[in-house]
Design a binder for this molecule. Structure first.
Ligand code: CMP
Length: 138
């Protein structure tokens, strides 16, 4: 299945009031919203979501930041969703993100980089289930 991806609008972008513009940018690029909710991760849930990075030096900072305020979790549908979405958001470090990408427009640093994008079809499903398990979507 290569038509689903998962994103979160991160606490920096929600706090700054960029949610509406980011959603519009995503839908203008041809993605359909399959599920969406405003929520907030506990430290424990943020730690679980980013478990894959737990040995990285920035893990503590990442978990603190991702649980610091509301996020918007979204399941998106489009052909070639994972790859096309990663192109749309730009490089992890906004200083390296291509002009016009979501991170170039809204991110402030490598940690506070406005949006998350799943990096594989498998992770898109895992991450979508993480946030929407028990709903009609999963
Ligand atoms: P994301 O796509 O959500 O996946 C992992 C996140 O770790 C990444 O975006 C960054 O926000 C964060 N990250 C990666 N490298 C660093 C770093 N050097 N310092 C702080 N956060 C980082």
């Amino acid at each position: 299945m290569n038509n689903i991806t998962f994103t979160m609008i991160k606490p920096d972008a929600v706090r700054a009031g960029h949610t509406g513009n980011i959603i519009q940018h995503i839908t203008n690029a041809g993605f359909k919203i399959r599920a969406m909710k405003l929520t907030q991760l506990t430290r424990a849930k943020a730690g679980e979501f980013y478990e894959i990075h737990k040995e990285r030096p920035f893990y503590g900072e990442l978990v603190d930041f991702m649980s610091s305020g509301p996020i918007v979790a979204v399941i998106l549908e489009k052909s070639n969703a994972v790859e096309d979405f990663r192109t749309l958001i730009g490089a992890t470090n906004p200083a390296e993100a291509a002009e016009g990408t979501i991170r170039a427009l809204y991110a402030t640093s490598i940690g506070e980089n406005a949006v998350h994008g799943a990096d594989s079809d498998e992770n898109a499903l895992r991450e979508g289930r993480f946030h929407f398990a028990g709903t009609e979507i999963f």
